[in-house]
Structure formats: structure tokens, C-alpha cells
Design a protein around this ligand. Sequence first.
Ligand code: 13P
Length: 291
Amino acid sequence: MRTQLDTLVTGALQHGSAVPAFTCYDFTTALAVVAAAEESGRGAILLVAPKTAATPNGLRLITALRGLADAAGVPIAVQLDHATDPQVIADAVSAGADSVLVDGSSLPYEDNIALVQGVRAALAAQGRAGVVIEAELGGLAGDEDRAFGTDAAGSTEAGEPAGLTDSAQVEDFVARTGAQLLAVAVGNVHGKYKGEPRLRWDVLQDIAVRTRIPLVLHGASGIPAEELVKAAAMNVGKVNFNTELRTGVLAVLEEQATAHRADGENLQALLGHWDASARTFAATALATLSR
Ligand code: 13P
């Protein structure tokens, strides 16, 4: 069943769990994620990248994901990820996304707040006031759709992370944006980590005591499970995965493609391997984050 993102995440946190969110560029991956969620009896979040949502086919994918969420046996939310363009947000919501990460994290502080406020007002004017808004404070290095080795400062030389969330801004930011979830930068990066991930749990703790809304950890690929299990205790109720899911799918396609071409161009069976890879990854993430 489709569910409100904030309801799903808050409910999980009450039980000491976090909810994994998975970027779905395609329906095969989404089917695998929902199957894994159903097998585990837990909810999950289907993320749509803004580049996907910016195309007509991407909007059709969102509508299909909404149908998948509606029919699922566990709570599933469909979220537009990292959106900055009001038109893409409006189109994605019309297509079926019921939550949005309004990402003004690359903007100056006041502009970030103004972006979130503007999107909220525009959604209300479109009769979509129920859309759940996640906002992001602090810059996350790395590319969201392509993985290269990055440290938290976004440079090739490991150093003190540059874009950490300033915990002193958290109360003001949450109050003025009205965000229902807050994505934070605590040494996490999108894509591959250059060297060992160095999450700043001290900064996360400082943020967690300043707001009651659930926190969101992006860039979870590459963070060891023994670190991720600590998330919910710091009020991190949503954990985003993309790169590792892609890594697994691409590896299995590479490994299996030749044999399946030889087997009568057997795309159907190859898709079965895609499904198995994504399903196993989602099941592991669900188990890691669940209490
Ligand atoms: P990774 O690609 O690093 O897993 O990050 C995913 C993400 O944060 C999507 O919003």
C-alpha cells in the first residue's frame, strides 16, 4: 500500500528502525525492491532521480511506481529525489510522486529556505499541500547518478569535510522551511567514497538534539553495515542507496550477458538476474536498518 513518507519513517523510528530508500531508474529495479520489502514485511521508499523526472518517460515511470506502491503488500512511498526545478517538481507530483526532496543545499542559506518555501507555496496553490517535503542542509559532494571516488569535501585529496551541516542552523531552517524530513551532510558523499567513509557521528548527534523531525542520510553506499545500524539511534529514519545497487546490477549483467545472448538472446532470463541482484541488495539493506 502506498503511504506518506513521513508516516512511514516516523513509525519505523518509533521501533528503532530506519527505512531504506532506493533509486529506481527503471521498473525492474522497483519491482525487485518492492518484492524484497514484501518478503521482509517492512516498508521501503522508491526514489526517482530528477534527471529521470525531467523526461516524459520518467514521468510515466513515476506513474507506474505509484501503481506499484498502491498494489504493494507493505507500505511504500514514492519520492522525487534532489529536485530544484519547480516545473520538474510540479510534473513529478502530477505524475504520482507524493514526496519531494527540495534540494537547495548548493544555494546560500537564505536561498535554500526560499526555495523550499516557494515549492511548498506552489504545491499548496496546485492543491497538493499533502506532498511531504524533505529539505537538505549542508552540501553533499559527489554525483548522484554516476559514481566516482569522492571525499566529503568533494576534492580528490582527503581532508576535513567542507559541506557539513551547521547544527546551529538546524532549528531555524526546520522552522522556516516547515520541512518534514531533514537531509544532512555529516561526511557522507554520493557515489564512491575516496578511502574509508568518515562519518561525523558527533555532528549528527548535535543535529539530532536540535530537531524532532526525522533525519535522512544520503550516500549510504559504501558505509559499512556496522555504521548504518547506528543511524536510527540518532533519529536518522531514512537511508538512501543508489550506487551499490547499480554496481550489483551492472556486475551481474556483465557477467551474464554473453551466456544469455548465446541462449537465444534470452533477455527474460537476464532480467531475472537483474531482479535477483537488486532484490538481494534491498533485502540486505532492509535487514541492516531494521530492529
Ligand atoms: P549513493 O549513490 O552514494 O548510494 O547515494 C544515494 C543517494 O543518496 C540518493 O539520494
